[in-house]
Design a protein around this ligand. Sequence first.
Ligand SMILES: Cc1cc2nc3c(=O)[nH]c(=O)nc-3n(C[C@H](O)[C@H](O)[C@H](O)COP(=O)(O)OP(=O)(O)OC[C@H]3O[C@@H](n4cnc5c(N)ncnc54)[C@H](O)[C@@H]3O)c2cc1C
Length: 263
Amino acid sequence: MPVFLQKIAIDSQLIVSEIITLSKSIIQIRFQLDKKAILAVEALGLGPHLKLIFPEPGQQSIVFPDLNEAGKIIWPEGEKLAIRTYSLRAYDAASHTLTIEFAIHAEGIGSKWAQYAKPGDVIGALGIGAKCEYQQQYLVLVGDITAKPAISYILEHLPADAKGHAFIEVPDHSDMITIRKPQGVTLSWHIQQHPSLFPEMLIKSLNLPDEGNILIWGGMEGSLAQHVRHCLVDQFNVNKSDIQLLNYWRIGFAEGEFRRREG
Ligand SMILES: Cc1cc2nc3c(=O)[nH]c(=O)nc-3n(C[C@H](O)[C@H](O)[C@H](O)COP(=O)(O)OP(=O)(O)OC[C@H]3O[C@@H](n4cnc5c(N)ncnc54)[C@H](O)[C@@H]3O)c2cc1C
């Protein structure tokens, strides 16, 4: 059973300091945090993520919503802020910088903003949260291009003796960017097909250990996540409680318009 972590609230302005087009589908942006606050990132929290607040055109300063005690956003009366969820790709406490990788797609506030971002632009950040913690389980990571930043972060921060298998599906060969990882974790990339090859790839390549705990963590499009959950339960007999697959986005729905069921 995974251990669940508490959310930690920060609210900070993020100032764009560097923009790198990493590949056909990924723009990496480094930000300077406006406060001297240190982000409390749990070293082994899986997929630490932030809520980014994007300004309306012409808006001079970022409006921050309130958070309740559970860290849940209280929307300002009659107003819906442009908030999207993104993973921490890197964080450097000494220089107060953090890095986020934006997957580029046709429509969307976050995707569009990243494509036109320039040094000095400002957005807001709320967070930071991570759903559950790595505790020496055999770790299976499964994600599409939107979870590639989180999976990269996890692989880079796992202890050297970690064991597992990561599966990442991307739109283009250029998105298969080398990731530092423990030797005992296999990394398998494949090019996104319609329908997705995830179930097929898992059945072909995933060898779960006979003994010991396992944890399956990932993020992807919602209906695909459901499909992958079914595959893991039906084909591999995995307990539902050992699967933490997040619906990172949903075809045809902007963030905030669908429920992020997990299982
Ligand atoms: C915990 C968590 C961490 C995440 N981390 C990252 C991250 O590090 N990097 C990242 O890029 N994304 C990440 N995502 C996913 C991201 O929040 C969504 O893709 C979000 O919808 C993007 O916002 P948007 O404004 O670009 O599009 P929205 O306004 O939300 O959606 C507009 C339209 O675009 C479609 N759409 C949304 N995302 C995609 C996509 N990837 N491909 C094709 N169509 C899409 C929607 O179906 C909708 O029709 C994360 C999500 C979660 C829950």
